[in-house]
Design a binder for this molecule. Structure first.
Ligand SMILES: [Zn+2]
Length: 121
């Protein structure tokens, strides 16, 4: 669930976590941070079946470490589709090759039974 502000979107904050808001985005901070989206995002993070796609200089896919530990084939798959990956606060962020973004989304949903909870451009 997202707030009703059509200008609101997500980007990667200074600590590598997703951050939400609108207006100018500079040095990891939004001109107008969005409390609603921030709180929804934090609540959804507790569900390891969720994944998040966001875009900032390339597609980024966030998946819970606890989920990856249980599904090694998922980890191998995402690593294959990524330029690089980095772990942070219970999550791993995969920086995807742009052209594979849609097929990655479909595979996570249909093959691995995950739920997509966020997307922005
Ligand atoms: Zn919002």
């Amino acid at each position: 669930m997202k707030c009703n502000n059509k200008d609101c979107s997500a980007s990667t904050g200074i600590d590598g976590e997703l951050t939400f808001g609108w207006g100018e985005f500079f040095d990891g901070y939004w001109e107008h941070p969005c409390k609603i989206c921030e709180e929804n995002y934090l609540a959804r993070q507790n569900d390891p079946n969720n994944f998040t796609l966001s875009y900032k200089n390339g597609w980024q896919c966030f998946v819970a470490l606890s989920h990856l530990e249980k599904h090694f084939d998922l980890f191998s798959y995402l690593k294959n589709e990524s330029i690089t990956n980095v772990g942070n606060k219970g999550y791993m962020m995969f920086i995807l090759r742009n052209k594979y973004e849609h097929s990655v989304e479909d595979t996570l949903i249909h093959k691995f039974g995950m739920r997509h909870v966020w997307r922005n451009i």
